[in-house]
Design a protein around this ligand. Structure first.
Ligand code: ZN
Length: 293
């Protein structure tokens, strides 16, 4: 089995993806204007923060249209380039996902994209054959305890990490998003940047414990959590007033990243999937005693 390490992912999206007010805005010029250059300006300082640490960047495809040098720079810096979506909105619906995948087909083929992270970590079981047909090797689009790597219709699913406080979940079918139901079942989705924003010190302790137990935690960060967009809180004001639970996503996590880099081994998700696949041929891998499928 691959050596335990933190599997660091950055869902590289415009700051306004956090607000759901713009999900239905379709005019590409308006969407680009809303971003206001953020996804371009944030990249260099973010790559500097990562320094020699390699991560997975799940990119929102419209950014490729706006700034073609963004995917190039990510790859040149040695990171994995994956897909988050073409336009950021919930894509649990199969038909909408198929359309979105078609819209990103060109640049995905050009950059040989193999990994997928669903927006809002929301996916249905029906998505896996679609992703397989679109050329993906793996997805990281459900929440589940670390140490689970699943075979789903010919695709690997490497979940974003939770800590199971009660009993290990017996059923890991999609969707498994961050929800009151997940929390009520005693699962702490510590891989979510929401949790990292709320209790960074505790999450670092959990990560350390997981690594010692031989697991490889999958965690998510966003560009606006590491590089501050101009007038970030002011522009998100109405959203924060309506949904105070957005606040942890707006907190700066560059100190968290710095501590993470200093103390733990880190790799992109693709490295882990490849190493595991090589080690085990194509058999399903379930390290936890679960009874999936
Ligand atoms: Zn996202």
């Amino acid at each position: 089995m691959p050596s335990p390490r933190v599997l660091l992912s950055i869902d590289y999206e415009p700051w306004f993806a956090l607000s759901r007010r713009y999900d239905t805005v379709r005019d590409p010029a308006l969407r680009r204007a809303l971003d206001g250059g953020f996804t371009h300006q944030a990249l260099d300082p973010l790559l500097e923060q990562l320094d020699d640490t390699r991560a997975s960047f799940y990119l929102v495809g419209e950014i490729v249209d706006w700034y073609p040098d963004v995917p190039q720079k990510i790859i040149q810096a040695g990171h994995e380039l994956g897909l988050h979506c073409q336009i950021h909105r919930p894509l649990v619906n199969e038909r909408e996902l198929a359309e979105d995948l078609a819209a990103s087909a060109g640049w995905r083929a050009h950059y040989n994209v193999l990994g997928y992270r669903a927006p809002m970590v929301g996916i249905s079981e029906a998505a896996y054959p679609l992703l397989k047909r679109a050329g993906f090797l793996y997805s990281s689009s459900i929440y589940a305890p670390s140490g689970n790597l699943h075979r789903k219709n010919g695709l690997w699913e490497l979940p974003v990490s939770t800590l199971s406080l009660l009993r290990t979940p017996s059923h890991l079918s999609a969707p498994r998003q961050f929800s009151p139901r997940l929390l009520a079942a005693g699962e702490v989705p510590y891989g979510s940047s929401f949790m990292i924003g709320l209790m960074p010190g505790l999450i670092l302790k959990i990560i350390e414990r997981e690594l010692r137990a031989g697991f490889s935690p999958v965690i998510i960060l966003h560009p606006y959590e590491l590089i501050r967009p101009e007038r970030f809180l002011r522009r998100l004001g109405p959203d924060l007033a309506a949904y105070p639970l957005l606040l942890p996503f707006t907190l700066d996590k560059s100190t968290f990243l710095k501590t993470l880099r200093r103390h733990f081994p880190i790799s992109p998700l693709l490295d882990y999937v490849r190493e595991t696949a090589q080690a085990t041929a194509s058999e399903p891998i379930i390290q936890h005693p679960t009874t999936d499928d």
